[in-house]
Design a protein around this ligand. Structure first.
Ligand code: ADP
Ligand code: S3P
Ligand code: MG
Length: 188
């Protein structure tokens, strides 16, 4: 059965939709499809940083270090959130920054995209370019990050489980939860 490709007609997109969650959960991939379904622009914070610095994230970490990356990430997200409605895929650590999180909570609808550890390990193995997974066992690193970050990710407006298989299955789940969120009288 082809997953429904319709967007709930009741859905109003009058502010950015920001995807947060751990590496490999699908923020970039699903976010791109969500944006095209909603007919709004898509931005990926990592891609914006790579464009601005003219280097890959891994090179950025090596050249300038993680603190500089976090500062750049915060500035990029701040700039994007001041623009018209769009879908923004953040990097997995962005929502951990208090300033970034406050801005996202104020200006956007935040969606925590969740997946279990096995799935995250499997998906991050598809592209082993993430600096934080290079020095140690990726499963152990992801397990620790999940424990450390889950309580903060849980502060997002919505939580949606990433579904295996066609990306539109996850997109449709996000659309449905967004529609319920708005119907419940959220002023977002
Ligand atoms: N729902 C899904 N089903 C199957 N594979 C997925 C799904 N979402 C993402 N992936 C795959 O997992 C990998 C990581 O996805 P990505 O969007 O880069 O995650 P993130 O931006 O959260 O780190 C990519 O290879 C992507 O194709
Ligand atoms: O979890 C993190 O701290 C990071 C996640 C990455 O983005 P993805 O979540 O898109 O892989 C990227 O921002 C960087 O490697 C740091
Ligand atoms: Mg990503």
């Amino acid at each position: 059965m082809i997953p429904s490709l319709t967007r709930p007609s009741s859905l109003r997109i009058n502010r950015p939709i920001v995807l947060v969650g751990l590496m490999g959960v699908g923020k970039t991939t699903v976010g791109r499809r969500l944006a095209s379904k909603l007919r709004v622009p898509f931005y990926d914070a990592d891609e914006e940083i790579e464009k601005a610095a003219n280097m890959r994230i891994s090179e950025f970490f090596e050249t300038y270090g993680e603190p500089a990356f976090r500062d750049g990430e915060r500035k990029v997200i701040e700039r994007l959130l001041s623009g018209p409605p769009h879908v923004l895929a953040t990097g997995g650590g962005a929502f951990m920054n208090d300033e970034t999180r406050a801005l996202v909570k104020e200006k956007a609808i935040s969606v925590w995209l969740r997946a279990d550890l096995d799935l995250l390990v499997k998906r991050t193995a598809l592209r082993n370019t993430r600096p934080l997974l290079q020095n140690g066992d990726p499963r152990e690193i992801l397990e620790n990050l999940l424990k450390e970050r889950a309580p903060t990710y849980a502060k997002a407006d919505l939580a949606v489980d990433s579904m295996e298989g066609p990306h539109n299955r996850t997109v449709d789940r996000i659309l449905k939860k967004l529609a319920v969120f708005q119907r419940r009288g959220s002023n977002k």
